[in-house]
Write a protein that binds this ligand. Structure first.
Ligand code: ATP
Ligand code: SF4
Ligand code: MG
Length: 367
């Protein structure tokens, strides 16, 4: 990720693969002088253009770096409330997030903001999109310029999208800092003069400054210690409710989405292997990988999950990608990739989902 997500929007990282779909590049930089005077459409216009139901939607999205496909045929939608995206390191979470933020073009499939394809947004539409969909990354310092004070950082976000005089700007910075639970006195500090949790609060305040509709939260707490994590999650939950925000919460920890997301998607090797209500995924997983993630959820105050002591097998190149780790793998898993299908109210890509739900013991079988 770049240090300045707002600026990053100016230079979308396009896969070098020449076969990548030639959609229109996402918009000019927030800091682009040609965009600085752009009039931002008012909220009413946004409301008319973007149905609340599914503000941001990916359909059949495949993403590649060069010729390496890292996200395969993913569909998900974020509207009101929280949606979780869970997967281990390297599963493609950030790649998908970048595509949803307009920073990476799909190799195939579509990403729509409201009813409009991100690639076909005009200048005004792109400006509105950049305002409405705000990222929050793992480490608050990614969003903050180390040379700028907190006040300057938040003011910059404010003035990119709204014309404001100095007094109004200061008042708004104070109110945003209070909103994220910080003493407004931190306004004079630079990022290195704050704790990780404080920096993440400032990054959240900066994202909120432009009155977004939706947040893409990429592991927003994973760089923080456990008690600070819990406080930041509380904060996000409160702010989302108070500001009526939708959000995509990306994490490798299934426990994190439990309270904040009604719906979740589990990603393995760039494929969604199970989607459904977060409660169902936690209480009755239907995919062996979801089951493994559920069993690895660290509990506050409890014992950490036992390390496996071995490196996890890489995804299989044929058949089911999870089969080299799966205790239920059979010959059919080796021969046929499982298609996603509906099973007991969730969507799951596993030949043996019914047996997983029925609690078949996880014993090794022939591969
Ligand atoms: N700029 C890039 N160029 C080439 N490959 C990349 C690039 N960024 C990521 N990848 C690869 O794409 C795959 C998915 O990476 P991604 O960062 O999306 O995973 P992630 O799920 O966010 O992982 P983490 O939990 O570690 O953040 C990985 O194999 C990674 O090595
Ligand atoms: S399809 Fe087979 S290998 Fe893949 S997760 Fe299901 S049981 Fe395991
Ligand atoms: Mg990531």
């Amino acid at each position: 990720m770049t240090e300045r997500p707002g600026d990053d929007l100016s230079s979308p990282l396009v896969p070098s693969d020449p076969t990548a779909r030639a959609t229109t590049a996402p918009g000019p930089a927030a800091s682009d002088p040609t965009a600085a005077d752009e009039t931002v459409p008012g909220t009413a216009a946004v409301d008319a253009a973007v149905p609340r139901g599914a503000m941001l939607r990916a359909d059949g999205v495949t993403l590649a770096y060069g010729s390496t496909v890292v996200v395969h045929d993913v569909a998900l939608a974020v509207g009101d409330g929280g949606v979780g995206l869970i997967g281990e390191s390297g599963s493609g979470k950030t790649t998908l997030a970048r595509a949803l933020l307009g920073l990476l073009r799909p190799h195939s499939g579509t990403i729509r903001y409201g009813s409009r394809d991100l690639g076909s947004l005009d200048r005004k539409g792109r400006a509105e999109f950049r305002r409405a969909v705000q990222p929050v990354f793992q480490d608050g310092s990614e969003a903050l310029d180390p040379r700028m004070t907190v006040e300057a950082s938040i003011s910059e976000a404010l003035t990119t999208h709204h014309r404001m005089d100095r007094a109004a700007r200061r008042a708004r910075v104070t109110s945003l800092l209070e909103d994220v639970g910080l003493d407004p006195a931190v306004a004079v500090r630079k990022p290195h003069q704050m704790s990780g949790g404080q920096r993440q609060r400032v990054a959240i305040a900066r994202a909120l400054a432009v009155e977004p509709r939706l947040l893409v939260l990429d592991e927003p707490t994973s760089a923080l210690d456990v008690t600070v994590q819990a406080r930041i999650l509380d904060l996000l939950e409160r702010l989302a409710a108070e500001h009526g925000l939708g959000y995509l919460l990306i994490t490798h920890n299934l426990g994190v989405v439990d309270r904040l997301c009604d719906t979740s998607h589990v990603l393995f090797a760039g494929r969604v292997v199970e989607s459904g209500s977060t409660r169902d995924l936690l209480t009755r997983p239907a995919h062996p990988y979801t089951l493994a993630l559920r069993d690895a959820v660290p509990r506050l105050g409890g014992k950490p999950p036992r390390p496996s002591g071995r490196t996890e097998a890489a995804p299989a190149a044929s058949g089911c990608p999870f089969r080299l780790r799966c205790p239920l793998a059979t010959d059919v898993c080796r021969d046929q990739p499982p298609a996603a299908r509906e099973v007991e109210g969730r969507r799951v890509a596993c030949h043996r989902a019914e047996e997983v739900l029925a609690g078949v013991p996880n014993r090794p079988v022939s591969r």
